[in-house]
Design a protein around this ligand. Sequence first.
Ligand SMILES: Cc1cc2nc3c(=O)[nH]c(=O)nc-3n(C[C@H](O)[C@H](O)[C@H](O)COP(=O)(O)OP(=O)(O)OC[C@H]3O[C@@H](n4cnc5c(N)ncnc54)[C@H](O)[C@@H]3O)c2cc1C
Length: 451
Amino acid sequence: MLPAKSFEIAEALRAEVAEATVFSGLDPRVSFAPWSLTVAEWPLARIVCHNTEQAASAMRVASERNVPVTVCGGREDGWGRNSRRDALVLDLSQMTKVHFNEQQATVEIGSGVTTGILLETLSSDTVLPTTANKNVGVIGAAMGGGYGMLCGSYGLTCDALLSADLVLSNGDLVHVSSDENADLLRALRGGGSGYGVVTSAQFSTHHCAQVLAANITTPLNASFPALLLIQELLDEHPVQLNLLPLFTKMPDESIQLLISFVWNGPEQEGRKVLASFRKLKNTTFQNEGCVPYRETLDDGAIWPWGKYWAIDTRTLSRLTPEIGQVLIEAAEKMPFPGNVLFLHDFHGHALNEPKAGSAFPLRQNHFVLFAAGSWDRNDEPALAHQQRSWIDFVSSKVTPFALPGGYINFLAPEDQMRATEGYGDAASSLKSLKRKYDPQDLLRYATGRLV
Ligand SMILES: Cc1cc2nc3c(=O)[nH]c(=O)nc-3n(C[C@H](O)[C@H](O)[C@H](O)COP(=O)(O)OP(=O)(O)OC[C@H]3O[C@@H](n4cnc5c(N)ncnc54)[C@H](O)[C@@H]3O)c2cc1C
């Protein structure tokens, strides 16, 4: 049965938010297709906002009625944080404006702008360190960090964040920059998304005409030396080189290690680094050449929407021989084609905090491991069980080698203890900031929730 609250809040929003599009009750448009059906919840109501004023008025309506709010930007959350049963969805996915300032080398974007939208709107030689996956919201990713294929050269997405318009939980609008509300700027750079609602944000850009890119495929039986080579090359070239290794089971049931190679530096040197992989047995190369950075993005084909997903994450400091063996054992046990085990690399300029600071906690070389398996609505329950068991197996094997905490954008909402451990001593100041700016805890489903 639907709570009367659904209609109440919708009525108030229609009355108080100019030109609002509001869905409530059993209207199928209340809900929207999430990335993972495992976590899909029918929300209380949904308001589609087209500008900051609407978002601020909607937040005020929610605050006056003490209704929790979830925010939907790029819609790519792995854990359904963007749509919860007792919450109003503030849907900002239509706010997709991109304004580039060439003189200042900055770009101003709306909350619905994804990595793909952003890079396709900018000229092909203007870049920022975006996520590797093009469907992810730029602002959503930045609030947790934002790992991608330019991390060594330019840092995380959050490091490029210069300023933001932020609607606080009481509906007040504040500007956040290194000169105004600098504590909030620091928090928005990797400290989670619970401090307010970002309606637009400014990021610094870089000039990068082309990168040398390639897709390298190595069979499982040659993947051990490949993993060690990845570590060796990243140690030697932390600024120019980015490598995203990904084990997956192919439709013919073979297990392969696919390595995305991106070199942002002198081409001849990059070709020599790429050639190091030719020593590995039975290794093949595809799409090798100099291309604009945006052409290296993952188009999400291996992460289809509308499936049930089981996922987990751990953080590893290095690809040592022991960890290499563990990863290979985990890959060997992949139950189905489409299972994925991948590593986001973190090194080079990502080690340096941006000016005015950042709450992103782990400024040391590391890899973020992400394991995922999916199934469909009509699949046998045993299949879902097998996927979950494999994810548990991976986590149990890797945990003894893992660093405390975990990447908050991949952590489950109930993993608050790990999120808190990850922030270490900074956790208490982030919690005080959260209490100050969201005293009613309306944004309780945000990323980076701490205990
Ligand atoms: C298939 C897949 C691939 C991914 N690839 C990468 C990757 O390459 N690199 C990487 O770093 N991460 C990656 N991620 C993780 C991603 O960064 C997070 O899931 C991120 O939160 C997604 O943001 P979004 O705006 O797309 O999602 P949404 O579902 O729209 O938002 C997720 C949460 O972020 C918060 N949020 C989003 N926008 C705002 C806003 N404007 N104001 C306040 N809060 C907001 C809200 O709490 C919201 O519930 C991936 C996730 C998936 C599922």
